[in-house]
Design a protein around this ligand. Sequence first.
Ligand code: ATP
Ligand code: ZN
Length: 284
Amino acid sequence: MLRIAIQKSGRLFEDSVALLHDAGISFGSNPGRLLRAQADNFPLEIIFLRDDDIPEYVEEGVVDAGIIGENVVLEKQKNVRTVERLGFGKCRLSLAMPKSTAYDGVQSLQNLRIATTYGRVLAAFLEKNNIRADIHEISGAVEIAPSLGLADAIFDIVSTGSTLLANGLREVETVLESEALLVANLALETPKQEILARLLFRLHANRNAKNHRYILMNAPNDRLHEIARIIPGMKSPTVLPLAVEGWSSLHSVVPEAVFWDVLEQLKAAGAEGILVVPIERMIV
Ligand code: ATP
Ligand code: ZN
């Protein structure tokens, strides 16, 4: 049995639940109200916690793994292993100042009072840049600190910047680009490591599937060679003869990133009846 912690409610909750569900793990339809749940079809127990507590619980082995923002992992400075970057919960930690204040590079931060809930991440950034500033750690509502006269600048999570704007602030420096991480305890016993590996296998299969398309097309046999060279497939494409003499059907898998380019080239090279279909799972 592997015990995994996810955020009980908040910005990571839904994506965390979806990640596990997409990995074929079912644990009831309304997990948000529970504190713990047992998967019916996988050796996994899910514990619902405040995100801030997850790094410590993982370090101590109270839970074996957790899904948590990188910003929180860095701030808490607990000894955990990052197993996987999960690609959701994206945000950035930035410095912001009142719009009226001049900013020309990090030197402008010298001797300022900076309000934040991320004191350690900020301290590390300031130290790296040889800036001495007065870090004012508060537990929330950081954006209003400058207008209250409590601070000259803030260091906080920014997603769209609209909260900053509403408080008369502008972003002056991005310090960290964060996303959700799957982290694990450093000393997992072998059986738990095996379960974690099974979970990862499923996450990878889903991610690969999302990043690829299955592509089918018809082509005259004399163009097959050229067309096959265009397709950046997993291996070489599958070629099947059509009932019509002199024509074949080609099948392959194409990475999402290059997919439109490939499509144009295929058409230009004489492919017809091109079909593109999503892939449900993909094991490479
Ligand atoms: P909890 O009650 O669990 O302590 P919280 O209020 O600390 O929740 P949330 O606002 O739910 O935290 O954010 C959780 C995580 O989601 C953040 O630590 C960050 O990694 C990520 N995140 C992504 N986008 C945003 C955003 N726009 N604002 C805040 N956090 C974001
Ligand atoms: Zn929190």
